[in-house]
Design a binder for this molecule. Structure first.
Ligand code: NAD
Ligand code: ZN
Length: 366
């Protein structure tokens, strides 16, 4: 049976349903909320080949007319060119107020389709049907949508909350193991931020989470609750939401250093970045070295990278990483903002980190 969570934000609240085979229930769930709505399904080719016919059958059964819009798989689809094509296709499909855009796929599709929905006719509603672990526990919740600029990732976008999230946990069975593992880094992140008991649970249960079944459902539910709670308290990232960036400052620099080439998936970069954030915290005397070791041991045990020398092809010189860090995080009066930790579950926003300390740490890491 599916789990139901509710996200409460100032602007609106919406349901997140988590459970196996929710794709087949998508028609009934949407018809119950929007009878007679016209739908446009945005999916990448890989996900369309696996799940489009099933979701279309569910919509047909609920008497919901649906048009499919397919895009190429991969980060490259978060571009102005593909965005334009999707927007024009939504207008062509006569999606108007009261109708719905359905984002069927991973974070790329959620970000792209959600952003398109935010601008078509000054904003139409959308439903997230996330099909990757990363999108189920992270990107489908919270309302950040957007595409990439020539200047960097996610630089063009909007806050646009979905009206419903349907996370089909059985769809993860077809996800390549490397993608599942990368998404798991974001699951572990919630434990590391503020839930030591969840992290301890993952340390003993991670094999069941990978295998599927109730442990996977539990982990996804706990993760969604954690994200929804943080976003609910700080929708526009004026403070606490920054905690979700644990591991992401180092991680983004590593993604940039590897040229977003697929040598390092986002979640892999985050895993390595979280290991570094804890080692950096230990170096600054904020937590014991044994804590950093514990974090590293768990991430390594599930098969995620935790050390720079594990990145195929290397990450280049420390100066390159420092430039990327300075660009990623607005440098306020010579200080950097980092998410550091006093322990597992004890992450906090540090706004006064000296660039020299970061540089010395990275030199010690290489
Ligand atoms: P993705 O959407 O590219 O999916 C990864 C790959 O898995 C793709 O090749 C896709 O075709 C394939 N796939 C998806 N579902 C599948 C399934 N069930 N079975 C088999 N294959 C499947 O990537 P992602 O990791 O889901 O998301 C990454 C994106 O999310 C990035 O662009 C990132 O910026 C964004 N993101 C956004 C937020 C946010 O808050 N909006 C948060 C985190 C990440
Ligand atoms: Zn992330």
């Amino acid at each position: 049976a599916a789990r139901r969570l509710r996200v409460d934000l100032a602007a609106r609240s919406y349901d997140i349903l988590i459970g196996p085979n929710l794709i087949d229930a998508a028609g009934a769930e949407i018809a119950a909320r929007r009878p007679g709505a016209r739908l446009a399904i945005v999916a990448d080719e890989t996900v369309a080949n696996l799940y489009l016919a099933r979701i279309e059958a569910a919509f047909a059964q609920a008497n919901l007319p649906a048009t499919a819009i397919r895009v190429a798989p991969g980060e490259g689809s978060k571009s102005f060119a593909v965005f334009e094509r999707v927007v024009e296709a939504l207008i062509d499909a006569r999606i108007e107020r009261g109708d719905l855009v359905v984002a069927l796929g991973g974070g790329v599709i959620g970000d792209l389709a959600g952003f398109a929905a935010s601008v078509v006719r000054r904003g139409v509603d959308f439903v997230q049907v996330p099909t990757t672990l990363l999108s189920q526990v992270d990107s489908s919740v919270g309302g950040k949508t957007g595409i990439n600029s020539a200047h960097g990732k996610n630089l063009v976008g909007a806050f646009h909350q979905p009206v419903l999230v349907l996370a089909d946990t059985a769809a993860l069975d077809t996800l390549p193991p490397r993608e599942f593992r990368a998404g798991y880094a974001e699951v572990a992140k919630y434990g590391l931020i503020d839930d030591a008991a969840f992290f301890a649970e993952l340390e003993s249960n991670w094999r069941e989470v990978f295998a599927g079944g109730p442990a996977r459902l539990d982990a996804i539910e706990t993760s969604c609750r954690a994200k929804a709670a943080i976003v609910g308290r700080d929708e526009r990232e004026s403070g606490e939401r920054a905690l979700l960036n644990l591991g992401h400052t180092f991680g983004h620099a590593l993604e940039k250093a590897t040229g977003f080439s697929g040598r390092l998936l986002h979640g892999e970069a985050v895993a390595l970045g979280m290991a570094q954030a804890f080692r950096f915290s230990a170096r600054l005397g904020l937590c014991a070295p044994s804590v950093a070791q514990r974090v590293e041991d768990h991430l390594a045990e599930v098969g995620l990278p935790t050390r720079l020398n594990q990145v195929a092809g290397g990450v280049g010189p420390v100066d390159g990483l420092m430039d990327a860090i300075a660009q990623d995080k607005k440098v306020a009066r010579g200080a950097l903002t980092f998410i550091l930790a006093r322990g597992v579950g004890g992450a906090f926003v540090a706004r006064d980190v000296a660039p020299d300390a970061v540089k010395a740490f990275l030199e010690a890491e290489t």
